[in-house]
Design a protein around this ligand. Sequence first.
Ligand code: PLP
Length: 496
Amino acid sequence: MSRPIEKPELSLGDMPAEEFRRHGHELIDWIADYFEHIDELPVLSQIEPGDLKAQLPAAPPEHGEPMQDILADVDRLIVPALTHWSHPSFFAYFATSTSAPGIFGELLSAAFDVKSMLWRTSPASTELEEVTLDWLRQMMGLDPGMTGFIYDTASVSSMHAIAAAREGVEMRIREEGMSGRNDLPLLRVYASEQAHSSIEKGIITLGLGQRSLRKIEVDDEFRMIPEALADAIAEDKSNGMLPFCIVATVGTTSTSSIDPVAEIVPIGEAHAMWLHVDAAYGGSAAIVPEMRHILDGCHRADSLVLNPHKWLFTPFDCSVLFCRHLDLLRRAFSLVPEYLRTPEQEKVRSGSDYGVQLGRRFRALKLWMIIRYFGHEGLVARIREHCRLAQLFAGWVEASPDWELMAPTPFALVCFRACPKGSANGESVSEQTERLNALNEAVMQAVNAGGRAFLSHTKLNDKLTLRLSIGNIRTTEKHVTQVWELLNEELKKDAG
Ligand code: PLP
């Protein structure tokens, strides 16, 4: 016989309301101070690997601790171990930032804690998502045939798009899988050599196998070459393969190049293939009227991903997949066991029908609050300013004898490198590349180690290229001027 469970002596339930109110106010003050003084912190965390772990107890606390002590440790331990993505001199990767309305959205979402799996478990999340994403669609000038859906990241959005495309080949892959079958040809996906690695990862995850991906050459501005794509598809078809999906990129990761979507569309259509556009970074710029052309041709794409968590001031995470064929997405993923059946299910949208997740976070709330707080014009003004700052920096690079641009600047990412004149000394091309690679690596590491700015790099045609990405809501001309001065100071030290 089991023993009766004794009533606990410890107080139960959540933090008392008064305490919550007090710490909540303190925390908002803390965040306001953090943003006000973030300029004084080193952008790149200055700790060594393992430093934080060494300062944390290896075992969990037996007894609850006062919130003051926990928050004090945030200051003492966590902040120094942060690389500050919200710092205005964060120029690495794709610079992004959160924003106050986005933080409020996250706070409320954590309080509501809804699991947006079925309409009835989260009517607000479901319907707000539909409306907010339709606003976003309109802001971007996409046609009403595109329906939006929120996932966590572009990697996951693209994987779902490829899964929907695969569902469209009508080969009963959902039911029968891909292994142990003799009746399946090799299914092919095409993306440029510059496409993000998430496309390949999505292909791996879906069990298509890496050999399903055919990478298409790019031109000297890093854009997919449509003729090479057409030739690759024709060749694969003549070899008995089944080309089913093309991924074009608007704003590639290395250089922000834009694949010629309008020229790619007819190639895909001629073979009844799905066209997915990875506009994870660049898509946000389409809300700027004079930049809408970046999505030329996308009115005939089957799906398009953009990340508000990249360039729409939305706290991570929030990725939007616009899709023309929600029916295929649903066919690929809907599975409704008895315990999830509801009377209204035929009339409403339920998030779990469109992806691998059952429960989904209430991400539409923060995006809705951001769009309302800044308005379309406020968001446009900020993106436009980032592009102006990038052009300004690119102009300095171009005018300098010591630096050169490595790619065009269609958005707010500048690709450049140091190449001080007069230091060639009759070396071969490969010797020069090696020397300049080492020089640029040293300059970048020195700037980053100083903590006043953070840049990242890529390699273009074997040449180490520095990337300056402007996307932070707090970045101003002062920060861009400062990083330019830092780069030149470090270059002088290295060249001297
Ligand atoms: N696509 C492009 C073009 C990107 O630049 C990135 C990340 O920088 C991704 C996809 C992946 O984004 P996420 O981290 O949301 O998966």
